[in-house]
Write a protein that binds this ligand. Structure first.
Ligand code: NAD
Length: 378
């Protein structure tokens, strides 16, 4: 299925284009405001430039200039501190050259995984998609021109994953990046029945979600860790979880518990790498945990309804924006935790809030009413 990379045109994107373009005011949200602030009044260089303009005007002995300089220094120290903390937590970078990377993406057939596959191919990486769906026409076309392999495989089945990985090693070489991204459809069923929602989540449905979303990670790690850990150029393990693993909204018990489990699995793996008898393992194998808010893909399409003001605080993300951040982090050879949009970064603060304040935030956001009776089962 693999052919030599060519310089011909890129495959046409088949990423989901759900919904219509939004009116301009729907782009004004908390994230935009935070971005403006971070690149202005919270940016040490910008503040320092402001100080320099005051110095150029010969007013650098004035209190305003003095406080500006102190503020710029404080921001600078905080930034350096954050960088040192990150480096000590996640170790030094590995060198990433895309043409040497073999990337396995589970659930790369659509949504975020598909966008990631396209972006990495454009960078020159070799990509293998493991998806329960077969390749479509666009992918077939891409496979003729790019180093792309599509393995139709149920990641919930250990034997299928092992066989697919063996074929990928033969076709593309030893994998260096694993992106665990596949997810089963949203059941959206509650644990408790009610007049509006008489159908409850059955143990069999929960088991199915947990097998696809969580046990699959054990399958891919079991098949791939031996390759990743001995990769001379280093490796990346990316876990696509969700911010819902922390927020646990009503009617999503199977999904949120599967996502909490993979977030914990990811952290355990990171700590095992850190305490591995071979100290170079932690420096070579980087781990990236991705916990985002809602993405504009099929997964939650038509299944959620939030109050209109909620989108100001928690905008629905474009898959390409998340994919860009993931690809950028891998390209830097870095690990860490990626949370988007801004409210997701505030999760540690949310967990420190008293229960009543948390309940108020939940009520205001409408998160526990978001999955309604209209949810589809899978
Ligand atoms: N969509 C969101 O709002 C959102 C938010 C946060 C996190 N996420 C996470 O992002 C990841 C990607 O989600 P998405 O929105 O792109 O979903 P999606 O439904 O568009 O894509 C999921 C892919 O997984 C594949 N898949 C399902 N079961 C499989 C199996 N057993 N074996 C192999 N492949 C299988 C599907 O065929 C599909 O191609 C998921 O892990 C999801 O939990 C999504």
């Amino acid at each position: 299925m693999v052919t030599a990379p060519s310089t011909s045109k890129l495959p046409t994107s088949s990423s989901p284009t759900l919904g219509q373009p939004k009116p301009w005011y729907r782009y004004v949200n908390l994230d935009l405001l935070v971005r403006i602030l971070v690149n202005s009044v919270f940016h040490p260089y910008i503040i320092f430039i402001f100080y320099l303009t005051q110095a150029a005007l010969h007013v650098h002995r004035e209190p305003l200039a003095y406080y500006t300089l102190c503020y710029a220094a404080l921001l600078g120290v905080l930034e350096i501190g954050a960088n040192i903390n990150h480096r000590l937590t996640y170790g030094k970078h590995r060198e990433v050259k895309w043409e040497k990377e073999v990337v396995i993406i589970t659930g790369g057939g659509s949504g975020l995984g598909r966008v990631l596959a396209e972006m990495i191919m454009r960078k020159g990486g070799k990509v293998a998609i493991l998806d329960v769906k077969g390749a479509d026409e666009v992918a077939e076309d891409a496979m003729e021109r790019w180093d792309l392999v599509w393995e139709k495989c149920d990641v919930a089945k250990e034997s299928e994953v092992k066989e697919a990985v063996d074929r990928i090693v033969d076709d593309l070489g030893a994998p260096t990046v694993l992106i665990n991204n596949a997810a089963s459809g949203i059941t959206g069923l509650p644990l408790l029945s009610s007049i509006t929602n008489p159908t409850v989540l059955s143990p069999a449905q929960a088991a199915k979600t947990l097998t696809i979303n969580t046990v699959s990670h054990f399958n891919t790690l079991s098949a791939l860790l031996p390759h990743l850990i001995k990769s001379p150029q280093g490796a990346h393990i990316v876990t696509i979880s969700s911010i819902l693993s922390h927020l646990a909204p009503a009617s999503l018990a199977d999904y949120t518990s599967s996502k909490s489990a993979i977030s914990s699995l990811h952290q355990t793996l990171q700590h095992e790498l850190r305490s591995h008898p071979d100290p170079s393992a932690f420096a070579r194998v980087k781990t990236l945990l991705v916990e985002t808010g809602q993405i504009k893909t099929q997964l939650f399409a038509d299944k959620t309804s939030l109050p209109s003001y909620a989108e100001f605080f928690g905008p629905v993300l474009e898959a390409k924006d998340i994919a860009k951040e993931i690809v950028k982090t891998i390209e830097r050879g870095d690990g860490g935790i990626l949370r988007m949009p801004f409210y997701a970064k505030c999760m540690p603060i949310y967990s420190l809030l008293p229960g009543t304040a948390q309940a108020l935030v939940r009520w205001f956001s409408g998160i526990d009413r978001a999955i309604g009776a209209g949810s589809k089962t899978s």
